[in-house]
Design a protein around this ligand. Structure first.
Ligand SMILES: [Mg+2]
Length: 215
C-alpha cells in the first residue's frame, strides 16, 4: 500500500495521556454546564459523561440537546494555562520531521486550542494543517461522516491511503472501518481493530510502516 497522508489526533496523542490540563479542561466543562444548563453540582459529572457517551463529545451533546453555541463552549473550556502542564518532547518532533507524507491534526477540539497546544509542545510547524471539530460540524469523531469530511478536506477519496493515530478506541475502530491504517496510542481501553498499539506517539518509529514513509 502506498500511503499519501497521515492524521494525528491532538489531545493525549501528541502528548502523553493523563496530562493535568485534561482534568482542568474537564473541570471547566463541568463549570460551564452548571452555569449554562443549570445542572446541580453533584450531578454534573454523570450528566457530562452521559452526553459524551451519547454524542462523542460533550460539546455536541450540549448543542444537540440545549442549543448552546459550540464555539462559546470550546473557548470557555480550553481557557487553561497550558505552560504549567506541557512541555516539548524533542523525540516526538524528530519522529514527525522524518515523515515525508503530508501531516494533519484531526481533533474534536477547536483550532484555537489545537494551535495553542501545538505551540506549547513545539510541534506547530510540523503539520500541514489542522482539521478541527468546527470543520466537520455537525459531526465529530467517531462518527463516520466526520472522518469522510476530513478525508475530503485533505483531498483523499478513501481511507485506504491514510494512516491514522488516536488514543480513543472508538475513533481508531471507526478509522479502521474506513480502510485507514489505524494505530492506537497509549490508551487505557484497547481498540478492537487497531492495526497497532503504541505506548506513546514517539514509538511510531518502531513500527515497520514508519520506514515506508520516511523522507
Ligand atoms: Mg485524544
Amino acid at each position: 500500500m502506498t500511503y499519501k497522508a497521515i492524521l494525528f489526533d491532538l489531545d493525549e496523542t501528541l502528548y502523553p495521556i493523563g496530562n493535568p490540563s485534561i482534568k482542568k479542561i474537564t473541570d471547566r466543562m463541568n463549570e460551564y454546564i452548571v452555569k449554562t444548563v443549570n445542572v446541580p453540582d453533584l450531578e454534573v459529572k454523570s450528566f457530562r459523561e452521559s452526553l459524551f457517551k451519547k454524542y462523542g463529545t460533550t460539546g455536541k451533546g450540549l448543542v444537540s440537546e440545549y442549543g448552546i453555541n459550540l464555539q462559546d463552549f470550546l473557548r470557555y473550556v480550553h481557557a487553561v494555562d497550558l505552560s504549567l502542564d506541557m512541555e516539548p518532547d524533542p523525540e516526538v518532533r524528530r519522529m514527525l520531521d522524518r515523515i515525508r507524507l503530508p501531516k494533519y491534526v484531526f481533533t474534536n477540539a477547536d483550532r484555537f486550542h489545537a494551535t495553542r497546544v501545538l505551540k506549547q509542545v513545539n510541534l506547530l510547524d510540523c503539520f500541514d494543517g489542522i482539521i478541527d471539530v468546527l470543520d466537520v460540524q455537525p459531526y465529530c469523531k467517531p462518527e463516520q461522516e466526520a472522518f469522510e469530511k476530513a478525508l475530503f478536506m485533505i483531498g483523499m477519496d478513501s481511507g485506504d491511503e491514510v494512516i491514522f493515530l488516536d488514543d480513543n478506541p472508538l475513533n481508531v475502530d471507526q478509522a479502521r472501518e474506513l480502510g485507514m491504517f489505524a494505530i492506537q496510542v497509549g490508551s487505557r481501553k484497547q481498540a478492537e481493530n487497531a492495526a497497532a498499539h503504541l505506548n506513546q506517539v514517539a514509538d511510531f518509529q518502531t513500527l515497520e510502516i514508519y520506514n515506508q514513509i520516511l523522507r
